[in-house]
Design a protein around this ligand. Sequence first.
Ligand SMILES: Cc1cc2nc3c(=O)[nH]c(=O)nc-3n(C[C@H](O)[C@H](O)[C@H](O)COP(=O)(O)OP(=O)(O)OC[C@H]3O[C@@H](n4cnc5c(N)ncnc54)[C@H](O)[C@@H]3O)c2cc1C
Length: 326
Amino acid sequence: MSNVLVFVEFNEGKPSKAGLQALGAAHTLAKQLGGSTTAIVIGEGEPGDLGKSGADKVIAVGGDAVAHYSPDGFARIVATHAEAVDANVVLASATPMGKDFMARGAAIAKCGLAADCTELAVADGKVRAIRPVYAGKALQTVEATGKLWATLRPNVFAEVSGNGSAAPERADAPFGAGDLKAVVQEIVAGVKGKLDVAESEIVVSGGRGLKDPDGEGKQNWNNLNALADVLGAATGASRAVVDAGWRPHGDQVGQTGKTVSPKLYIACGISGAIQHLAGMTGSKVIVAINKDENAPIFKVADYGIVGMVEDVVPALTTALKEALGS
Ligand SMILES: Cc1cc2nc3c(=O)[nH]c(=O)nc-3n(C[C@H](O)[C@H](O)[C@H](O)COP(=O)(O)OP(=O)(O)OC[C@H]3O[C@@H](n4cnc5c(N)ncnc54)[C@H](O)[C@@H]3O)c2cc1C
């Protein structure tokens, strides 16, 4: 029997979409392995009924020591409970938080970590994790000799929903608040209600081709926002745009930004540098709008429109409004 422990991340008191997807993946894997799924929630008052989303058991760790996120604190808690439930596989989402503490947790448990996985499978009774490497140019298959710790790319694994029920078991952190090496003191919220590029099902991204929003590019960025509004999409950006201070870093897609896997990714005025592609080639459908027919973005695009963003983006918005009746 092989049990799976999964950390379910919460945002503003609710399980995040990525957290529920990780729980779904854990549930599917545990079933294949003939084991059970334990969900662990840290620092949240009320974890709700994660049994409906695939958990057989829920552990809710609370108390002053986890009132704020701490990488070493979360790592210690997950490693402690992984041992307690005899987990062979330990999972979390590959979000900034998951990426941050899971490597520390794996080190405490003396295990390797398969980061940013896009597939989990069982072969000959062993768990195999598949993860893109070299900026998405190759896929690596990782098989753990012992226990496997892995982070899962958001928007790749499916949530599950059922009639299960699992009342949370309360637990305290195995340390005091004063024992932590680093604690997050303040979280500065982004624009309220703004969709996160990493979680959204549709992303509309702008590049340097849109030009300076405080100058000649003002209308282009308004057009981009209007297109995103019609589609209910999050807005993303290339690094060139973020480095220029035109958009916040939270919007950046790519190797040094966020990895996105939406159903639809629309790249507007983005050349398609390898570092940008590293963050978005996992998208199900890619649409590129660029005035240069030789732009590398067209090599990964399912649909390419050669044209000026000034013309194409508003025309697309109008056509979509009509088609969607909005
Ligand atoms: C270590 C490292 C990490 C990096 N990490 C990232 C990362 O995470 N994300 C990222 O995006 N980049 C990253 N970069 C930067 C990357 O190499 C590129 O410089 C960047 O992606 C370019 O952004 P861009 O496509 O917006 O700009 P450009 O390359 O300048 O492309 C602009 C495009 O707009 C088109 N265009 C211009 N005007 C119009 C118009 N009116 N209508 C239509 N099209 C138009 C042009 O044809 C061009 O293709 C990284 C680089 C390094 C070295």
